[in-house]
Design a protein around this ligand. Structure first.
Ligand SMILES: NC(=O)c1ccc[n+]([C@@H]2O[C@H](COP(=O)([O-])OP(=O)(O)OC[C@H]3O[C@@H](n4cnc5c(N)ncnc54)[C@H](O)[C@@H]3O)[C@@H](O)[C@H]2O)c1
Ligand SMILES: O=C(O)C(=O)C[C@@H](O)[C@H](O)[C@H](O)COP(=O)(O)O
Ligand SMILES: [Zn+2]
Length: 373
């Protein structure tokens, strides 16, 4: 747990010569220009989506111009379907046309979709240009802007095309969250809860008691974001490329990603954080059904997610999803699969998650059938 009440926070991601800071606080978008100029860039390729462009692009561009930087903006449609080959191609072409050089910077201004898309474009243009993440959704501030996973989706599965490309700096402007729709804030909150469920039961208890403050803004929100970033930074520092512990950050994602693929990344029906909420509830129910954790812990997880308005069952997805076999087919494409064996993040209790490679397909199928009814 972090100490109480800090308005502005700095979290270091320790990766030897690729270490970087995550800055959390108000007014950081207005400082982006000065901070990027300090990195030695001359041209900045700003990648954003239509919603964020309408609300926050002028602030970012104003600050880049004031710092004497040349800025070229690439705007893509909002939503998960922009994590595609086609949109990636347009972003890459835009960055090359803008003559963004290796010494320059790509600025990802938006939620996790923009961070993953722009981050991957930056990883491959001229074999690697620096990326600065300016996350504007809660989910992006607590998770996707940190750790260097970038990429796009394949029709065969989530994030199946990508690269690790760490940012040079993360600017999490707390003020940007004031314009975030309530549904998107809730979805991001699922990834906040995840850190408590992985290995910080005190943080989970604190969220149960303080979630109203996190949703309202103020010091509780800053504390939740900083605690999440510290938790992620620590895991990334010890296992950057997910050979071990980092897989814990995938709690809820084996199920969640399968559900997202099953709805063809249709954000009207299911957004990533909602898939993670359902997936985490399922992971705890699965753990309880296997005798690994108590039914009481599984019920407590479900109760907290439901209390903030998050979905906790695949039956709640509008239009429904295919059967257990269809979900299992998506799960076979999960990046955690090893020698054909499924990998699950399961739990012995709240804050006691672990990586399991001992689950058979028959066990997974039976559980999925029970969940789908
Ligand atoms: N790389 C990682 O480690 C990592 C971690 C978690 C999630 N992800 C990825 O992140 C994506 C989900 O991110 P997301 O939930 O931010 O989705 P998103 O980027 O689609 O943003 C959600 C919605 O909110 C809008 N928005 C963003 N900021 C806004 C603001 N300040 N004001 C008003 N509207 C705003 C966007 O336009 C969009 O409509 C998924 O693709 C997921 O796979 C990646
Ligand atoms: O950073 C990580 O590692 C994570 O797993 C964070 C997840 O919240 C995120 O959704 C990530 O993109 C999933 O990674 P993937 O490797 O399963 O695609
Ligand atoms: Zn996630």
């Amino acid at each position: 747990m972090t100490p109480d009440v800090a308005q502005d926070e700095r979290v270091r991601v320790d990766l030897s010569d690729r270490s970087y800071d995550i800055l959390i606080g108000g007014g950081l978008l207005a400082e982006a220009g000065a901070r990027i100029a300090a990195l030695g860039a001359h041209t900045v390729g700003v990648v954003t989506d239509e919603n964020v462009a309408n609300l926050h692009l002028q602030t970012a561009l104003g600050s880049l111009n004031a710092a004497g930087l040349k800025a070229e903006t690439i705007v893509v449609p909002a939503g998960e379907t922009s994590k595609s080959w086609e949109v990636l191609g347009r972003v890459v072409d835009g960055l090359i046309a803008a003559r963004v050089e290796r010494g320059d910077v790509v600025l990802a201004l938006g939620g996790g979709v923009i961070g993953d898309l722009a981050g991957f474009a930056a990883a491959i243009v001229r074999r690697g240009v620096r990326i600065v993440q300016a996350p504007t959704s809660l989910l992006a501030q607590v998770d996707s802007s940190v750790g260097g996973k970038t990429g796009v989706n394949s029709p065969r599965g989530k994030n199946l095309i990508g690269a690790f490309h760490q940012p040079s700096l993360v600017l999490a402007d707390a003020g940007a969250l004031d314009t975030l729709p309530a549904r998107e804030f809730r979805a991001g909150y699922a990834e906040v809860v995840k850190y408590g469920l992985i290995d910080d039961p005190a943080f989970f208890g604190w969220l149960e008691a303080n979630h109203a403050g996190v949703f309202a803004g103020g010091p509780e929100r800053t504390r939740a974001i900083a605690t999440s970033c510290r938790a992620k930074a620590a895991v990334v520092a010890r296992d950057e490329h997910e050979h071990g512990d980092r897989a814990l950050l995938n709690l809820g994602h084996t199920f969640g990603h399968a559900l997202e693929a099953e709805v063809a990344y249709d954000g009207e029906r299911l957004v990533h954080g909602e898939g993670v909420a359902i997936g985490m509830a399922m992971a705890f129910r699965f753990s309880a059904s296997l005798g690994l954790c108590s039914l009481a812990d599984a019920a407590r997880v479900t109760a907290h997610l439901a209390a903030v308005g998050l979905p906790v069952s695949p039956r709640k997805i509008p239009g429904g999803v295919g059967g257990a076999e269809a979900l299992l087919a998506h799960m076979r494409q999960d990046k955690k699969v090893e020698r054909g064996r499924l990998t699950f993040i399961l739990a012995r209790g709240i804050g006691k998650s672990f990586v399991s490679r001992d689950i058979s397909e028959d066990q997974a199928l039976a559980f999925l059938e029970s969940e789908l009814g």
